[in-house]
Design a protein around this ligand. Sequence first.
Ligand code: Z5A
Length: 211
Amino acid sequence: MKGRFITLEGSEGAGKSSNLLFIEQRLRRAGIDLICTREPGGTELGEAIRDLLLDHRNASMLDDTELLLMFAARSQHLHELILPALARGQWVLCDRFTDASYAYQGGGRGIAFERIAQLEQWVQGSLRPDMTLLLDIAVEQGLQRAGERSEPDRFEREQGGFFHRVRQAYLQRANAEPSRYKIIDAGQPLEQVQQQLDHQLTQILDTWQKH
Ligand code: Z5A
């Protein structure tokens, strides 16, 4: 099979970190050679940009600056890591990608989707994820889970309305592209979330193996 590009998305408290290793191990058990990476970040330069983006002391950051930094990190990530891996036939499992820019900078901050689409085209050309797993959770439940963590970063300091808009943008995109997006009910206990993930991954591996 050729290299595939899988992304994991979700709003606050959805449990991405809790499920990433499970997904990685499920794919490796199927004999897949893959790399696991994240956005913003994934490269030395990208991780430095991530620090700028998450640092709560950068409260004066403009929305456009935030969006451009996301795509600056993504450009580096694509050319240094993702595209070479796919070209070698490896799979790439990425914790967040451009759907997060539509959800957070588009839905959350209110930047026009058309403007984000222009950057997407510029930075990625025709590259899009082959599959996106969306961990979906009610905003209040997600915030309650996330609240139990350590000091909040710049995004985690946002108010409920922001996260409602983020979730709506994710769901809107998922509904517009059901063949790429797999929505997982992340409000359930971890074991059941992972059963859903396993089911989706089994299905997609079967489908891809036939093509
Ligand atoms: N961002 C952006 O704005 N634009 C972009 O283009 C990109 C990113 C690429 C950092 O992302 C920020 O970057 C992010 C969006 C922005 N901001 N926010 N918020 P990140 O992905 O690195 O950060 P994160 O969203 O905080 O992800 P995370 O660390 O994976 O958190 P999580 O999804 O909330 O997952 P968790 O830490 O695994 O779970 C939270 C808690 O819930 C934890 O205590 C778990 O033990 C618990 N948990 C998890 N699952 C369950 C279940 N099923 N039952 C009960 N409890 C559970």
